[in-house]
Design a protein around this ligand. Structure first.
Ligand code: ADP
Ligand code: MG
Length: 336
């Protein structure tokens, strides 16, 4: 019998990987906003049509890319962010170098970018992973990435897309996480015909704007135990919700989804709100980079802690202390 194993075509490899990185239109927005923030943008314009399937356009005023970088950016495992193979010391959102490769392999994409010291920028069109020649273009410093017809190249995924209105709920929640993390960045949002502007401001104002309650209806918290620091804001228990849509958790400046942390937060509030309800909390955890692994899943929203029990204890202690100081006296301070 002859040899039957062969290496897959790069385009097919990218489309397979895209299934994990780009689960839905919201994932495109998340990845592109992360890239803009990594590029130190202070203004990000986001346009979405048809729930993100027909169009996602993210334009930033970040540092942009030179011609060669623009060409490389859409290849797999090409990144400017990971140096010296140091997976334990990642200070950027990105590090895997696969978002643009994945997105552009399943869509029709136009990438335009210009760096400050260059008189003009370059534009690159790529359809289903096939690159067209770069063209010089007059544009502002920064990057604009336009994604059309998402998943046109993977009809199976296309079939599983939800309605635009359902997708907008996910998109809004995803953007809320970045809005709270980056109050000093201006976000200009257009979801179909709806327009929203979030000018650069303080965290206090962002909370008020997004959670629709003055930050005086809650408390600020700050606790440090050994080398773990917890800061953030919690609403007073009266503002409980039916789901976790007002629970925001960040680890080392990265929005994450973590059941243990959500449970810890709920535990801290458990004597104060009904059992089936969720508090409104924004929690920023700062943990030594060597104690948390962010390379768990391509979407980078999950992390693994070296000592999860310690983290849980610190989060509960921080919240209970703050709740007590703010007159919520029935709370027992010791975590169980
Ligand atoms: P990663 O973010 O993990 O490096 P991506 O595929 O998301 O991988 O991006 C590849 C590279 O393209 C980035 O490392 C960065 O150098 C460049 N890049 C992507 N988006 C932008 C942007 N908005 N501004 C400047 N550079 C960008
Ligand atoms: Mg990225």
């Amino acid at each position: 019998m002859s040899c039957v194993i062969r290496l897959l075509e790069p385009q097919l490899i990218n489309r397979i990987a895209a299934g994990e990185v780009i689960e839905r239109p919201t994932s495109v927005i998340k990845e592109l906003v992360e890239n803009s923030l990594d590029a130190k943008a202070t203004q990000i314009h986001i346009t979405v049509r048809g729930g993100g399937q027909s169009l996602v356009r993210i334009q930033d005023n970040g540092h942009g890319m030179v011609e060669e970088d623009l060409k490389l950016s859409v290849h797999r495992h090409t990144t400017s962010k990971l140096s010296h193979s140091d997976l334990w010391n990642i200070h950027t959102f990105g590090f895997r170098g696969e978002a643009l490769a994945s997105i552009t392999s399943v869509s029709k994409a136009t990438l335009t970018s210009k760096v400050l010291d260059h008189p003009h920028g370059f534009s690159l069109y790529i359809e289903g992973g096939t690159q067209h020649p770069l063209k010089p273009i007059a544009c502002e410093t920064g990057t604009c990435i336009e994604i059309r017809d998402l998943f046109f190249a993977t009809p199976a995924r296309l079939k599983f897309l939800r309605s635009p209105s359902q997708e907008y709920i996910h998109i809004t929640h995803c953007l809320d996480r970045f809005l709270l993390l980056n109050p000093a960045v201006s976000f200009f949002l257009r979801l179909d015909e709806k327009q929203k502007i979030f000018e650069a401001t303080s965290l206090e104002n962002r909370i008020q704007h997004l959670l629709n309650m003055p930050s005086t209806q809650g408390f600020w918290l700050q606790t440090q135990i050994q080398d773990i620091t917890v800061t953030g804001w919690g609403a007073l228990p009266g503002a409980h919700r039916r789901n976790a849509d007002r629970l925001f958790v960040y680890v080392n400046q990265r929005p994450i989804e973590d059941r243990m942390l959500i449970q810890s937060i709920r535990f801290a509030y458990q004597d104060l709100i009904p059992k089936d309800r969720y508090p409104c909390v924004i929690l920023f955890l700062s943990i030594p980079y060597s104690d948390v692994d962010v390379n768990v899943h391509p979407a980078k929203t999950q992390v693994r802690f070296k000592a999860p029990q310690e983290i849980r204890a610190v989060v509960i202690a921080a919240l209970k202390k703050a709740l007590m100081q703010n007159g919520q006296k029935s709370v027992n301070i010791a975590p169980k």
